[in-house]
Design a protein around this ligand. Structure first.
Ligand code: HEC
Length: 161
């Protein structure tokens, strides 16, 4: 009888042990999963441009370059200068790897196309370049409202008032 009692306890302890280790495995997998999701979101949740070229994907780097370029363009337009496409060539950001490959869907490419059309207008317009420039910045914001809302505050600073 005592033997059964001990056996029963060994069985019970090992059952509890198996249950616990399984549970641990599951929570590790779950936390890895949520970490991946957080990382993807984090790429777009930074409100300002943070220079960490080692961790950034080509699309993020190109976006940072666009901020630099548009800032420079803004300065020239405010100073009353005319800007040319030769000086500010279009960056084909939609051809390079993003942090989150899920963004590469038809709506993203449509936004990119509209943005590119608007960008060309800055140089082709017979009217005020500053007005066409602001329209282009609105297209940045448009796409960012769907795909990457973190930098919107930064992008709005590019508008000419
Ligand atoms: C067609 C959609 C689209 C358009 C248009 C667009 N963006 Fe982006 N932008 C994105 C996506 C998607 C990311 C995330 C890229 C990544 O993490 O790889 C991003 C990232 C960024 C970032 C964050 C980069 C970083 O540090 O990680 C900035 C800043 C930015 N964009 C500025 C701009 C500006 C300025 C314009 C317009 C001149 C613009 N974007 C136009 C989709 C767009």
């Amino acid at each position: 009888m005592k033997k059964y009692f001990i056996l029963f306890h060994i069985l019970l302890i090992s059952l509890v042990w198996v249950a616990c280790t399984n549970e641990n495995k599951q929570t590790v997998a779950e936390s890895e999963q949520s970490q991946i999701q957080k990382d993807t979101a984090a790429a777009c949740n930074k409100p300002t441009v943070i220079m960490d070229p080692n961790n950034a994907k080509p699309m993020a780097l190109m976006m940072r370059q666009m901020v630099v370029n548009m800032d420079k363009m803004k300065g020239k337009l405010i100073a009353g200068e005319r800007v040319t496409e030769k000086e500010f060539p279009f960056l084909r950001f939609y051809l390079v790897e993003p942090t989150d490959p899920n963004v590469l869907e038809p709506k993203f490419y449509e936004n990119a196309r509209l943005f590119q059309e608007s960008y060309k207008q800055i140089f082709e317009t017979k009217g005020l370049q500053a007005k066409a420039y602001n329209a282009t910045i609105s297209m940045c914001i448009n796409c960012h409202q769907s795909y990457c809302s973190g930098p919107i505050k930064r992008i709005k600073k590019l508008l000419i008032h």
